[in-house]
Design a protein around this ligand. Structure first.
Ligand code: RM4
Ligand code: MN
Ligand code: MN
Length: 397
């Protein structure tokens, strides 16, 4: 592939970072605190701005309503803070799993008060989206049951359908609803949106602006995620991704840390859909959703987005003409080699060149480390925490 078209594809490849990826996170066993981790939304936005400054490909940041906006907060002001940091607010993630009312679920709960609470929260989230000019409402539900017989699966399905339809119609007309699925956890018997087929059906019933969100960690072992991606694009139903990697379940490790070839194969299907099948893939939302508990937050994020760029660039390099030819000749070895050759190409020099063209440092990680940002904010944030009388934040993020 020629340099120019590749660089154009890289120009268009934006990745959204999550506000919660800059905060202290942990597992259900505990949280290990980092002095430089962000605790306030302003700190999270400053860190997201730094990632964009060094990578040039992360112009927006996803927010989690309960973790990032307190009641009575002026959301427009938050959008201003983002702007000052050279970024904007991206997907709005309502929180439908933390409140005590949600013990038996949110919209699928048999408890009407939980359903109403969820309904109000999503409408509030849509108002926040309007205020910050966000075009994405990203929905993930912890809804499900823990024991056979606990509740009626079909009744719950109907509740979810009704709620999604209502919220879809409450969104501004230029807003997209993303419906995320996850096979289990925290529900351990059945989950109300357990796989991509369920997300697809819910999104279809909700309305034309609802699409499926694929979180790479939300599948059972060995599921062929790239096939799901190919199908969803072909059906015009792929809304976007939550990027992370996994070894066992929803481990939330950094993207490409365990299986970079799998990520490459996903990108290959996206490029294939565009180049071979004429699909418009320009509106796919690439978002990071990880819980890099032990890595320094900003380094983890820079590592993640540069890994995503590298794997995307490799997928762009697949010689699709040659591949089609090998497929037509039914030559499996030649066909597979097309993918392997692209995957094994060292794209680091190409990316360095792309960065230099965009007035960025060739090596974002080295440049970030040399800036001394982490040590500086660690000091400031420790002092700010002491002044606030806080030793650690209570919530997950
Ligand atoms: C879930 C899922 C969602 C995220 C929550 C906190 O596993 O990945 O996207 O918002 O975690
Ligand atoms: Mn997710
Ligand atoms: Mn997850």
């Amino acid at each position: 592939m020629e340099r120019e078209p590749l660089f154009k594809l890289l120009d268009e490849f934006d990745i959204e970072t999550p506000s919660w990826g800059f905060a202290d996170t942990g597992t259900r066993f505990g949280k290990f605190l980092q002095p430089a981790a962000a605790s306030t939304i302003d700190e999270k936005l400053a860190d997201a701005g730094i990632v964009h400054k060094y990578t040039g490909c992360c112009p927006s940041v996803a927010v989690h309503v309960l973790w990032d906006f307190s009641i009575g907060v002026n959301a427009q002001q938050t959008a201003e803070v983002a702007k000052k940091n050279g970024i904007r607010i991206g997907a709005i993630n309502p929180n439908l799993f933390q409140d005590q009312q949600y013990k038996f679920g949110s919209v699928c709960s048999p408890d009407e008060r939980a359903q109403q609470h969820a309904h109000r929260h999503v409408l509030d989230s849509i108002s926040i989206a309007r205020a910050v000019d966000s075009k994405m409402l990203s929905l993930w539900f912890a809804d499900g049951t823990n024991y056979p017989g606990q509740d009626d699966i079909t009744t719950r399905k109907h509740s979810m359908q009704g709620a999604l339809r209502q919220w879809h119609d409450a969104m501004p007309t230029d807003m997209t609803m993303l419906v995320e699925y996850k096979p289990f956890e925290p529900a351990f018997y059945h989950t109300d949106i357990a796989d991509w087929g369920m997300s697809y059906i819910y999104a279809k019933k909700a309305g034309p602006r609802a699409k499926v969100l694929v979180d790479t960690g939300h599948h059972y072992q060995a599921v062929n995620i790239e096939q799901i991606v190919a199908w969803l694009i072909d059906e015009n139903m792929l809304g976007g991704f939550h990027f992370n990697d996994r070894k066992y379940a929803d481990d939330d490790l950094t993207l490409g840390s365990i299986d970079p070839y799998a990520v490459f194969r996903i990108f290959h299907e996206i490029r294939n859909a565009a180049d071979l099948h004429g699909k418009d893939v320009s509106r796919i939302a690439y978002m990071v959703d990880q819980s890099h508990n032990l890595k320094p937050k900003i380094e983890a994020m820079i590592q993640t987005v540069t890994t995503a760029q590298e794997l995307y660039a490799k997928a762009c390099l697949v010689d699709r003409k040659k591949l089609r030819d090998a497929q037509t000749r039914m030559n499996i070895v030649d066909a597979e080699e097309c993918l392997k050759v692209a995957f094994n190409t060292d794209v680091k020099p190409l990316l360095a060149e792309w960065r230099e063209r965009n007035n960025l440092e060739a090596d974002p990680m080295a440049a970030y480390r040399a800036s001394g940002y982490e040590a500086r904010v660690a000091k400031e944030r420790e002092a700010a925490r002491v002044a606030r009388g806080a030793t650690s934040s209570g919530g997950y993020a």
